[in-house]
Design a protein around this ligand. Structure first.
Ligand code: NAI
Length: 313
């Protein structure tokens, strides 16, 4: 693998911006990171360099270029015009604040070039809401990663009603080229898919704890020691397909019980009041707040090993 000439802009050099930079540099794109805070850029570059070296040492660096070759692909700038100039793709990674994002999209709208795709990392805002006021709205799309994106490959690619189809297809292809797993939506929808599924799970988990059926440790175990084990390899639909003589047979056998149990789910919880404190207490017994950074490191390490296992099998 050799370095490429195409330029990728990363707008915002925090947690997610840094990960995107590493992903694009792993296959040799010329990556430029932009931030309004100069120390933020130098800090991000330092962090990226250390992380790449560490990954290389542990033999888990992505791509075939060395850590040094990859790091050489990444530069920083505080000049927005420099960032935009000649960029094939810009990944916006500023904090999740609609006013801030819209302000930035207005700035970019004035200087964006014809070929540039503007993709947002937003977890919550619909692309139509982000780009409604823009002249160049047809070049905007969502590319929503799952944290930490260096190890969790899924990207939700969500077009606005006015996003040009070729922008959506090019975004998908680019993300495939860098080794992510993009899923391309046919239309925008609140919460995209990850959060819609995640919220459905959270709602039921809340109800089971709130009604005293299971405690926090045990309900989490239902996922991490049960469902999650197979969901790391198969989705819920293929799981069902395998759990009977095919999907149609699964529906035949289980549709009535799924419907009956679903009738007992109850109200959508508001996630406020004393149950919040009760869940917090039990979670903090499992992992005190001051141990969260260490636990995140442990999680990332587990995900690294899982992603290697998935590649191997
Ligand atoms: P962060 O707070 O770590 O980084 C944001 C960066 O944007 C900082 O470096 C900040 O200096 C910079 N920034 C702020 N205002 C700016 C401006 N006007 N111009 C240029 N740069 C500016 O935030 P994080 O966690 O990286 O999130 C970024 C985006 O990614 C958000 O939209 C978030 O919803 C999304 N996301 C975050 C995930 C997570 O788990 N942290 C997961 C998936 C998506």
């Amino acid at each position: 693998m050799s370095v490429k000439n195409e330029k990728i802009g990363i707008f915002g050099s925090g947690l997610i911006g840094g990960s995107w930079a590493m992903i694009f540099a792993s296959v040799g794109y010329q990556v430029q990171i932009y931030d309004i805070v100069p120390e933020q850029i130098s800090g991000a570059l330092k962090r990226i360099e250390n992380e790449l070296k560490q990954l290389e040492k542990e033999n888990i660096l992505r791509g075939t270029l060395t850590a040094q070759q990859q790091f050489k692909c990444i530069t920083g700038t505080t000049d927005i015009k420099e960032l935009v100039k000649g960029a094939a793709y810009i990944q916006e990674c500023v904090p999740e604040n609609i006013e801030l994002k819209r302000k930035i999209y207005a700035q970019l709208d004035a200087i964006l070039e014809d070929q540039t795709i503007l993709a947002s990392s937003t977890s919550t805002f619909l692309p139509s809401v982000l780009s409604a006021e823009m002249k160049r709205k047809s070049q905007v799309i969502i590319a929503h990663p799952v944290n930490p994106p260096y190890y969790v490959p899924l990207i939700e690619v969500v077009p606005a009603p006015w996003t040009k189809p070729e922008i959506a297809l090019k975004t998908k292809q680019l993300l495939l080229d860098v080794g992510q797993k993009p899923v391309l939506f046919t239309r925008e929808i609140e919460g995209f898919a990850v959060n819609r599924v995640q919220y459905a799970i959270l709602n039921e988990v809340w109800r089971l704890v709130a009604s005293g059926v299971l405690n926090v440790r045990d309900i989490d175990s239902v996922m991490s020691d049960g469902l999650g084990m197979r969901y790391a390899f198969l989705g819920p639909l293929e799981t069902a397909h395998l759990n009977a003589e095919g999907w149609a047979n699964y529906c035949d056998r289980y549709h009535q019980s799924i419907y009956d149990v679903s009738q007992t789910f109850g109200e959508i919880p508001k996630m406020e009041g004393p149950v919040v404190a009760e869940i917090a207490k039990q979670l903090e017994e499992m992992c005190p707040i001051n141990k969260l950074p260490a636990r995140r490191e442990w999680r990332d390490n587990c995900l690294t090993q899982l992603s290697q296992l998935k590649k191997k099998i």
